[in-house]
Design a protein around this ligand. Structure first.
Ligand code: PTJ
Length: 247
């Protein structure tokens, strides 16, 4: 990461790509994760590579949901682990959530590599190794979750999630927070809180909001979640992308 000069106009994008490459080398990130990153990067370019006001509102609503939850769980895949391992551990700390490794392309080797990587970055406890429960209405292999983790969680943060799984989790009645740079993809479309922002910017900002709201009472947190308008957030992101094409 030292090789990229910080004043390079595409610094953040290059840094992100570099982290994904390292993730693949370390056996954390799946090769498909490089394609996912490429798609995300294109959308981020059109969004102006900044957090929209509607995304900031979504990030604040996400923080409020996580603080209100009885059992919040933050889901980790190979891209999330490569890009923001320490930041996810810090968020888990701030809202008292569990971290659970949950992979689309599941192998025992990657689960273990990711759990180790998270612990190296400050995670205390990592779930996802048991995989003793199943999300209903989903292909067996992709449905595996921990019974005392995602399965019984009331609020789940699922960044860069596959559309089928996002839908199945929604059908389980969970409050679902999705981070995805493509506002048209199915996961943000079914989310209670769609965050259309780069995960690199989104997670630290959710944590900042959570720390700021740490002493807020339930009524104040509920007012924040009730005020959040998911349709508007998705619309604003889409409009910004259309304008980005015109720019
Ligand atoms: O590690 P695994 O096996 O669980 O696999 C993870 C990936 C991401 C490879 C897998 O879930 C996958 O193929 O996902 P998709 O269908 O490519 O969806 C990824 C979505 O995340 C796309 O809509 C991208 O635009 C978006 N995305 C990519 N990078 C970022 C992002 N969103 C926010 N921040 C990013 N940095």
């Amino acid at each position: 990461e030292e090789e990229i000069p910080e004043d390079h106009p595409r610094y953040q994008d290059l840094l992100t790509r570099h982290r994904i490459e390292k993730g693949v080398e370390k056996g954390i990130t799946h090769l498909q994760g490089m394609h996912a990153e490429g798609r995300g990067s294109a959308f981020d370019y059109l969004l102006g590579e900044e957090t929209l006001p509607s995304a900031d509102a979504a990030e604040r609503a996400a923080a409020a949901h996580l603080l209100l939850a009885d059992h919040p769980v933050l889901s980790i895949n190979g891209n999330v682990a490569a890009l923001v391992p320490g930041e996810m551990a810090a968020l888990a700390d701030a809202v008292d959530a569990d971290l659970e490794v949950n992979l689309f392309n599941r192998t025992p080797e990657r689960i273990k590599a990711i759990a180790d990587h998270l612990r190296e970055h400050g995670a205390a406890d990592v779930k996802g190794l048991e995989a003793d429960a199943h999300i209903p209405n989903l292909d067996h292999k992709r449905a595996k979750v921990d019974a005392d983790g995602i399965y019984e969680a009331d609020v789940v943060l699922v960044p860069l999630e596959d559309g089928d799984r996002a839908e199945a989790l929604d059908e389980m009645g969970k409050t679902e927070i999705v981070i995805d740079l493509n506002p048209l993809s199915r996961s943000p479309q079914v989310a209670d809180v769609p965050i259309v922002d780069n995960i690199i910017r989104a997670i630290p900002n959710v944590t900042d909001h959570a720390r700021e709201l740490a002493d807020a009472d339930e009524a104040r947190l509920r007012a924040i979640t009730d005020d959040f308008d998911r349709e508007r957030a998705l619309e604003e992101a889409e409009t910004r992308i259309r304008n980005g094409i015109d720019r």
